[in-house]
Design a binder for this molecule. Structure first.
Ligand SMILES: Cc1cc2nc3c(=O)[nH]c(=O)nc-3n(C[C@H](O)[C@H](O)[C@H](O)COP(=O)(O)OP(=O)(O)OC[C@H]3O[C@@H](n4cnc5c(N)ncnc54)[C@H](O)[C@@H]3O)c2cc1C
Length: 437
């Protein structure tokens, strides 16, 4: 048994209130609110939006504000403190982190200065960003779906293009998406749905004038799922009229096209980069951490950062060993959720000098949305041959929707999550199904 940590006001700081960090802060806040420990959540944004919904924000199917959870209010209810600010430095020797100043988005005036926060236990849950692989033109011309602000920018550009087509100022809405993983495939299907909703509700006249091209180096879409699931998703995209280019990389992006390796171009005004995952740049400047090739933080099987003490990392920013195969735990909301549950228990026990066993990732399956009433899912079929049990269509879509409901349950409890679900449905009966502004 390890020595109990000092009883006086043990400061646990969680940096990053995303799919994993906010669930951890909520649970720990609840459990430790009557103890001597104090839980603080730090995020550079004032509110949380579950990242797997960003493609819906980008297509205008939900407004980013509709589904946000405000950290201050949530912390008040769930027993944790919230600090607004971006992490920019870590000093494991003095056990402090430093936060960037917070500037007013309107005037640029400083709202909060640089702050140095002492911690006893630190959890890094910073998430990840799309990897541009240093390909020329990607950062300059492509949209990425890493934050609500980026998703809103894409939504505005897409809507403006549809308006211009409707007004006869543009021939077609041409969208090029690089990366046929879940994000790229889901976005292609949702944009198709959105332009038809714009037609019905806004009469924009762009429905028959949408060209979406999805490009990937792999030889099938959704390369991480079972070939049968991938084939089903491909059939759905073909039915929607999405043009899929496989076995080709993109080696340059310009203002009006994706340039394919080995020759050929995809002409498009709207370009989205949805390929690859890398750690945020700030991770490279945090002292003492060991980093993997993709700039993720190397942790041991207890999610403790290698080379430092009292620091843990979870979710997309952590390269955690997987006991299934030789790789690391995949960067998914599902893994972040399981790690939040694990760390809740581990950090609580640690306060009284107890330890828990290692973190074991349990794959629960993959769910990919393919439009309004369509999705493709696969679940591990409890057999030794790694085979999967597939589900398609409306049932799969219901399962997909339930995933977000489960995240809300983790944050708000069953009662409030169900009330929010009903409120969403009621809101949809009075509003257009797509944002038209
Ligand atoms: C469009 C899209 C669809 C997806 N669909 C699915 C899906 O269907 N199923 C699935 O399992 N996964 C899906 N994912 C992946 C999933 O969203 C991530 O794996 C998951 O959100 C990771 O959780 P996290 O807590 O590690 O990070 P995040 O949820 O990304 O949260 C990170 C948090 O850290 C904050 N932050 C970042 N840098 C700093 C800093 N310097 N200082 C302070 N705060 C900071 C951010 O503001 C954010 O709140 C999808 C991702 C995308 C983009």
């Amino acid at each position: 048994m390890a020595t109990p940590l000092p009883a006086e006001r043990h400061r646990i700081i969680i940096v990053g209130g995303g799919a994993g960090g906010l669930e951890l802060a909520t649970r720990l806040g609840h459990r430790l609110r009557r103890s001597a420990a104090q839980v603080t959540l730090v995020d550079r944004n004032p509110a949380h939006l579950w990242k797997p919904r960003l493609h819906e924000v980008a297509a205008g199917l939900i407004g980013s504000g509709d589904d946000e959870t405000n950290y201050l209010a949530h912390g008040c209810v769930h027993g944790f403190e919230f600090m607004l600010g971006g992490l920019n430095a870590l000093d494991p020797a003095t056990k402090t982190i430093t936060l960037d100043p917070v500037l007013s988005p309107d005037t640029g005036a400083e709202v909060l200065g640089t702050r140095v926060l002492p911690y006893d236990t630190l959890v890094l849950a910073l998430g990840s960003r799309v990897n541009d692989f240093n390909i020329p033109g990607v950062l300059e011309y492509c949209h990425m779906l890493d934050s609500p602000a980026q998703a809103m920018r894409l939504q505005r550009e897409f809507l403006e293009a549809a308006i211009r087509v409707g007004a006869g100022l543009l021939d077609r809405v041409r969208v090029g998406i690089v990366g046929a993983g879940a994000t790229g495939v889901e976005l292609a299907a949702e944009l198709h749905h959105a332009v038809h909703a714009m037609e019905r509700w806004g009469g924009l006249g762009a429905a028959g004038k949408l060209d979406i091209t999805l490009v990937d180096m792999a030889n099938r879409i959704l390369p991480a799922v079972d070939p049968a699931t991938s084939k089903h998703a491909m059939k759905v995209l073909e039915k929607l009229g999405v043009n899929v280019v496989l076995g080709k990389g993109v080696d340059r992006v310009t203002a009006d096209a994706l340039h394919l390796s080995g020759g050929g171009i995809v002409p498009c005004e709207i370009k989205v980069w949805a390929s690859g995952v890398a750690g945020h740049d700030v991770i490279g400047s945090l002292k003492g951490l060991t980093l993997s090739a993709g700039k993720r933080i190397v942790v041991d099987d207890h999610l403790a950062c290698v080379g430092v003490s009292d620091i843990f990392a979870m979710g997309d920013c952590a390269a955690a060993p997987s006991h299934i195969g030789k790789g690391t735990v995949p960067p998914t909301a599902q893994a972040a959720h399981q790690q939040a549950s694990y760390l809740t228990k581990a950090l609580e026990r640690r306060l009284v000098g107890e330890t828990v066993g290692p973190f074991l990732f349990k794959p629960r399956g993959t769910l990919v949305s393919l439009g309004i009433n369509e999705a493709a899912c696969e679940f591990p079929a409890l057999r030794r041959d790694n085979s999967v049990f597939p589900a398609y269509g409306t049932i799969a879509k219901l399962l997909y929707v339930s995933l977000y409901h489960m995240h809300r349950v983790a944050l708000h409890g069953w009662l409030r999550a169900t009330a929010l679900f009903i409120a969403d449905r009621l809101r949809r009966t009075t509003l257009p199904p797509v944002k038209l502004h």
